[in-house]
Design a protein around this ligand. Structure first.
Ligand code: PGA
Length: 266
């Protein structure tokens, strides 16, 4: 996809706090982030705390352009599902986004393509924007299976939807070997998979849907690699774990700068 279609997609930086931060810590983080990055220009910021800190973050971000997201949800609207939270509950708690199919959910909680597909459907039906995660494991990459794995995950998660139904859905490409390891995919490795995902969206839906879809990279994003990642034609933002826990490093990531290519005047 060309640089010109990239200009039409608002970059999105999302903090995935995983199982970290109690409410007062969450509120302190937002105060520091506000001081460091507002006003936001040409980018969107989403904070995804644990369920117990959603309300603290909702209050803290009032009056700012920051958005609230959750890290998971159940696909049923309500019922006897002890310990689970539904899309309508997340909406009522102030969420606009929800991370779905994160590799930790797939790995530790047994989420399958079909299951993630049902969650994506329930989130969209309720009016939440899914941040739908895909990514290959190290042995899969080493066996040359990356593109097959990604194709299965994207097709599995989005099977049965029309272009209109997927609405504002966001995809996050997170190579599992890069998550929490300090080993970031190179910008070229990430770009290759992002372009491939966009091509799958062309096949599943159409070119205009593919051109408007935001695809985030995730996996050891840090202040010192975000600019190079964001310079890639098909990278539209980041899903940030470890480096989103500290306000200064997350603020630097939110403040990414993409240098414009040098234009010779001679
Ligand atoms: P990381 O996590 O930035 O700590 O690698 C990213 C994620 O799991 O979303």
């Amino acid at each position: 996809m060309s640089e010109s279609s990239k200009q039409t997609r608002t970059p999105l930086i999302a903090a995935n706090w995983k199982m970290h931060k109690i409410p007062p810590e969450a509120a302190d983080f937002v105060s520091a982030l506000k001081a460091a990055v507002l006003p936001l220009e040409g980018r969107e910021v989403v904070i995804c705390p644990s369920f117990t800190s959603l309300e603290a973050v909702r209050q803290a971000i009032q009056g700012t352009p920051f958005r609230l997201g959750a890290q998971n949800m159940h696909e049923q609207a309500s019922g006897a599902f002890t310990g689970e939270v539904s899309a309508s509950m997340l909406l009522a708690a102030g969420c606009r986004y929800v991370i779905l199919g994160h590799s930790e959910r797939r790995q530790f909680f047994g989420e399958t393509h079909e299951w993630v597909n049902r969650k994506v459907r329930a989130a969209l039906a309720a009016g939440l924007i899914p941040i739908f995660c895909v990514g290959e494991k190290l042995p899969e990459r080493e066996a040359g299976q990356t593109m097959n794995v990604i194709r299965q995950q994207v097709r599995g998660g989005l099977q049965g939807f029309s272009s209109k139904e997927i609405g504002p859905l966001v995809i996050a490409y997170e190579p599992v070997w890069a998550i929490g390891t300090g080993k970031t995919a190179t910008p070229a490795q990430a770009q290759e998979v992002h372009a491939f995902i966009r091509q799958i969206i062309v096949e599943l839906f159409d070119a205009s849907r593919a051109a408007s879809l935001r695809i985030l990279y995730g996996g050891s994003i840090k202040p010192d690699n975000i600019d190079d990642l964001m310079a890639q034609a098909d990278i539209d933002g980041g899903l940030v774990g470890g480096a989103s826990l500290e306000s200064a490093s997350f603020a630097r990531i939110v403040s990414f700068q993409v240098s414009t290519p040098h234009v010779s005047t001679s």
